[in-house]
Design a protein around this ligand. Structure first.
Ligand SMILES: Nc1nc2c(ncn2[C@@H]2O[C@H](COP(=O)(O)OP(=O)(O)OP(=O)(O)O)[C@@H](O)[C@H]2O)c(=O)[nH]1
Ligand SMILES: [Mg+2]
Length: 330
C-alpha cells in the first residue's frame, strides 16, 4: 500500500530525533486519523518494536495515576526516556478524569525525560483502542522506552491492558471493597505483577494475603514466572523501586523464554482488530451520522420497516474499498 501524503522531511527528522514539539504534533495527527496519520504511522512502523510496554490497570481510585507518575520519574532518573499514555474512557460530555490526572502526573510531566499524553474518547469516532495503539507506536518509534499505559479495570474499558502491554501490572488498594474479586477471572488471565497500593491503609495486609493466594493459583499459566505481589505507597513514593525491579524481571523473563515473540503476535492481532473497528465501524457510523443516513436507517429499523442487519449492510456499502479512514471522516 502506498502512502501518498508527503511529510515535510525536516519535520520528520526532528520527530525521529526525539524533539518534543513534533512529537506532540505527531500524536495529534495520529489521533485525528485519516491519510496523513496513515502515512506517518506507516513510516514509523519499522522503527517501532523496541520499547518495553508496561500496562497499569486496576479499579478507579486505586492510585494508578499516582503510581504512573512515580514510576515514570523513577525510570527517567535512570536516564531513560519514558512515554506515558493515560487512557481515559470517559465520555467527552462528562469531561472525565483527565484534569485530575494532569494534577497527579504533574511532577512527571515537568521531568525532561517524561512525555505524557492522554488518549480520550471522542464520541462516534472514539476508536480509543486504535488511538492507544497508535500513540504507543509513535512513542516507541521515536525512542521512548519504557512506555507506560494507564487503563481502568479489566473488561471495563474499550482498551484492555493485555492488548497493549508486555507487562500488565494490576493495581489493587485497600478500602475499595471487592473490586478485584469482581474482575478475578480477567486478572488471573492477564496479570504479570500484582501491586497493592495504599500500603499505608489498615487493610493492606489482608489484600496482600489474598493476592498472594491468587498469584499461586495462576502459576500454571506462566511456567517460570511467579506473579510477584509488590506493596507501594504511591503518594509517598514508597515501593516504587521494588515495583520497577519486578517490571524489569518480567521483561527479562519474556525475552529469555521467548514469550515476547508470542506476545507480539497477540498484540498485532489486537492492533489489527482495533484498526478494523475504526475502518469498518467507527468511520462508517460517523459518516452516516453526519449525512443523516444513520437517522433514516434507525427510524426505519425502529418502525420495523427494515431490520438492523440490512441497515448495517446498507452502511457497509459506504466503506471505501481501499480502507481509507479519510480526512473527511474526522
Ligand atoms: N492513602 C493513600 N492514598 C493514595 C496513595 N496513592 C494514591 N492515593 C490517593 O488516592 C486517590 C486516587 O489516586 P489516583 O492516582 O487518581 O487513582 P487512579 O487509580 O488513577 O484513579 P482513576 O484514574 O480515577 O481510576 C488520590 O487522592 C491519591 O492521592 C497511597 O499510597 N496511599
Ligand atoms: Mg487515573
Amino acid at each position: 500500500m502506498t502512502h501518498e501524503v508527503d511529510l515535510p522531511s525536516a519535520w520528520f527528522e526532528a520527530l525521529v530525533s526525539g524533539a518534543k514539539v513534533p512529537l506532540g504534533e505527531a500524536l495529534t495527527i495520529a489521533e485525528r486519523g485519516g491519510e496523513t496519520a496513515r502515512a506517518l504511522l506507516g513510516r514509523l512502523h519499522s522503527r517501532s518494536g523496541v520499547a518495553h510496554i508496561i500496562g497499569i490497570t486496576g479499579p478507579p481510585g486505586s492510585g494508578k495515576s499516582t503510581l504512573v507518575n512515580e514510576l515514570a520519574i523513577h525510570f527517567a532518573n535512570q536516564g531513560r526516556r519514558v512515554g506515558v499514555v493515560a487512557v481515559d474512557p470517559s465520555s467527552p460530555f462528562t469531561g472525565g478524569a483527565v484534569l485530575g490526572d494532569r494534577v497527579r502526573m504533574s511532577r512527571a510531566s515537568a521531568h525532561e525525560g517524561v512525555f505524557i499524553r492522554s488518549a480520550a474518547s471522542r464520541g462516534f469516532l472514539g476508536g480509543l483502542a486504535r488511538t492507544t495503539h497508535d500513540f504507543v507506536r509513535v512513542l516507541d518509534a521515536v525512542g521512548y522506552d519504557p512506555i507506560i499505559v494507564e487503563t481502568v479495570g479489566i473488561g471495563q474499558s474499550e482498551v484492555d491492558v493485555w492488548q497493549v502491554a508486555h507487562t500488565p501490572v494490576v493495581v489493587e488498594a485497600p478500602g475499595l471493597g471487592d473490586s478485584i474479586q469482581a474482575m478475578k477471572a480477567g486478572v488471573l488471565e492477564i496479570a504479570a505483577i500484582f501491586c497493592i497500593n495504599k500500603g499505608d491503609l489498615p487493610d493492606a495486609d489482608a489484600k496482600r494475603r489474598y493476592l498472594r493466594e491468587l498469584s499461586t493459583r495462576a502459576e500454571d499459566r506462566t511456567p517460570g514466572w511467579k506473579i510477584p505481589v509488590v506493596t507501594t505507597i504511591a503518594d509517598r513514593g514508597e515501593g516504587i523501586g521494588e515495583l520497577a525491579e519486578a517490571i524489569g524481571a518480567h521483561a527479562r523473563y519474556l525475552r529469555e523464554t521467548n514469550r515476547l515473540h508470542a506476545l507480539e503476535h497477540e498484540r498485532a492481532i489486537a492492533e489489527i482488530r482495533a484498526s478494523l473497528q475504526t475502518t469498518f465501524v467507527d468511520v462508517p457510523l460517523a459518516r452516516a451520522a453526519r449525512s443523516g443516513m444513520l437517522r433514516r436507517l434507525a427510524d426505519a429499523v425502529a418502525s420495523r420497516e427494515m431490520n438492523a442487519a440490512d441497515a448495517a449492510s446498507a452502511l457497509t456499502r459506504h466503506v471505501p474499498t481501499d480502507g481509507r479512514i479519510g480526512e473527511s471522516g474526522a
